[in-house]
Design a protein around this ligand. Structure first.
Ligand SMILES: *[C@@H]1O[C@H](CO)[C@@H](O)[C@H](O)[C@H]1NC(C)=O
Ligand SMILES: *[C@@H]1O[C@H](CO)[C@@H](O)[C@H](O)[C@H]1NC(C)=O
Length: 479
């Protein structure tokens, strides 16, 4: 139990030093410590610990951090110089009059990126090959699992969605691309209606499913997964451009072992110029999280570099995924419990599936030779029914209660006031965890994410004794 760890660090070591003293003195000291701890327990009862009691998580959570290059280097690849591009296009990519300036402003407001420019760039533009040079000499088997690419969208800019689709069609070997499943989560932009239908009819591999009411990311992904019939499900955001040779390195890992769940390395498409760029050198980061249960990019630790034999083309074991882009064997996806359907809309589901993959016998990997560009938007341009904070807290509580065992206290310690909130019925998920014989969260922390520090110093005892349950636990530790 984690709380006994606290006692050990603070008190066992001084106790050991005392072992030289007489047994009697040791005994007296023990009693004193027990009494002091008891007093601490009671004095903290009812007080808030130092962490913010209110709600602090703010959308968007998804991965904008990768933009900041951990090594502080400049992006090296740039799409063609603007003027060169304009010559190529035969039209300006920047607004030229008041009407166009208004259009540009409207595009930003609707999408959180420069839609004006997106609408004027070719759908099938080239992107720079951002792979490590060593990736180019790798050979992949020609027979790999067939893939259903699943793209969920809600009021996406038409040109950005079509550029995503076009890049998948152009840069995937046809025999490996089984289909593209589009799921429209109740968009109301008119060009995503008949105009999109007209476009998708041109390509038999594209299938489109439309929700009659807004369901959110989690349920929309399930719609896509159930409709898909390829051997692998590959989830993509709706404002991406896949790069050369992106698919084979992902599928190879799944072909080697169907319990490998894989993510491409995410390149950056800038939200203003829509330039495709990457960070110099091999990916230096992998997925982690903090005790607010937010996804974080973290430097790849030395022990993982060693496991990879410092080979930049090899898979990186990643404790968590950012959530937007990943591939998974279809039958394995359902076998390990797909998504927690008790979670609403969006948020927390990426950590939930990450913990579950690792704890229930799979692996989560980043594949450096597979690159996908992604527009990191300024803000989440759409709202959530019911409010972002409420949904996020509920989802995170389900995540903590089902998967995190005693470590959930680190989450609650920062916001003790939410403890009494309802998170719905989790019995099915607990049953799933039992059925799959999943390992403990402690095992995950020690074997998958061992560099993660436990917030002992900030936590103190407050987090555990701010409720009656906490008090009982606190006393339990002492006895
Ligand atoms: C869609 O296609 C139909 C039939 O070809 C055409 O009449 C219609 O104008 C098209 N609609 C849009 C919005 O492109
Ligand atoms: C697949 O990976 C899992 C988890 O690492 C392992 O237990 C299993 O033996 C592997 N299966 C094969 C066929 O290699």
């Amino acid at each position: 139990m984690v709380y006994s760890g606290i006692i050990e660090r603070h008190h066992i070591i001084p106790l050991m030093r005392m072992a030289r003293c007489s047994i009697k003195r040791l005994f007296i000291l023990l009693i004193v410590i027990v009494v002091l701890l008891f007093i601490t327990c009671f004095s903290m009862l009812g007080q808030s610990p130092s962490g913010r009691a209110g709600v602090s998580d703010k959308a968007p959570l998804r991965a904008p951090k990768i933009i900041s290059n951990p090594q502080g280097q400049k992006p090296i690849f740039r799409y063609k110089l603007e003027r060169e591009l304009e010559k190529l296009m035969g039209q300006r990519l920047t607004p030229n009059n008041d009407a166009e300036r208004a259009e540009e402003k409207r595009g930003y407001a609707l999408n959180g990126f420069n839609q004006f420019r997106s609408d004027r760039l070719p759908l099938d533009r080239e992107v720079p090959d951002t792979r490590e040079p060593k990736c180019l000499s790798k050979h992949y088997p020609s027979q790999l699992p067939s893939t259903s690419v699943i793209i969920i969208f809600h009021n996406e800019a038409y040109s950005a969605l079509l550029r995503t689709v076009t890049s998948v069609l152009n840069r995937s070997p046809p025999h490996l691309l089984h289909e593209i499943v589009l799921v429209d989560d109740k968009s109301d932009h008119t060009d995503l209606g008949v105009k999109l239908d007209n476009f998708t009819k041109l390509e038999p591999k594209i299938k489109i499913h439309r929700h009659s009411k807004r369901e959110g990311l989690i349920r929309a992904r399930m719609t896509g997964a159930k409709a898909a019939s390829g051997e692998v499900l590959l989830f993509l955001d709706s404002h991406c451009e896949v790069n050369l040779g992106w698919l084979e390195p992902l599928l190879e890992r799944i072909a080697i072992n169907r319990s490998n769940v894989v993510c491409p390395v995410i390149d950056v498409i800038s939200l203003d110029k829509l330039m495709y760029s990457t960070i110099r050198g091999p990916p230096g980061v992998r997925g982690g999280f903090n005790w607010n249960l937010q996804f974080k990019w973290k430097k790849i630790p030395e022990y993982e570099q060693k496991r990879r034999g410092h080979d930049e083309t090899r898979e990186v074991y990643s404790p968590t995924m950012a959530g937007g882009l990943f591939a998974i064997d279809r039958s394995y996806f359902f076998e390990i419990g797909a998504y927690d359907m008790g979670m609403d809309i969006w948020g927390g589901e990426n950590l939930e599936i990450s913990f579950r993959i690792w704890m229930c016998g799979g692996k989560l990997e980043l594949i450096p030779c597979s690159r996908v560009g992604h527009i990191f938007r300024k803000s989440q341009p759409y709202s959530f029914p019911g409010g972002v904070d409420t949904i996020l807290i509920r989802n995170n509580m389900r995540l903590a209660e089902v998967w995190m065992d005693e470590y959930k206290e680190h989450y609650y310690a920062k916001r003790p006031s939410i403890r009494s909130r309802s998170y719905g019925d989790i019995s099915e998920r607990l049953e799933l965890r039992k059925k799959l014989h999943c390992k403990s969260f402690r095992w995950y922390m020690e074997n998958v994410y061992s560099e993660m520090p436990l917030p002992l110093e900030n936590l103190r005892y407050g987090g555990y004794v701010s409720s009656w349950r906490g008090l009982i636990k606190c006393v339990g530790v002492l006895l």
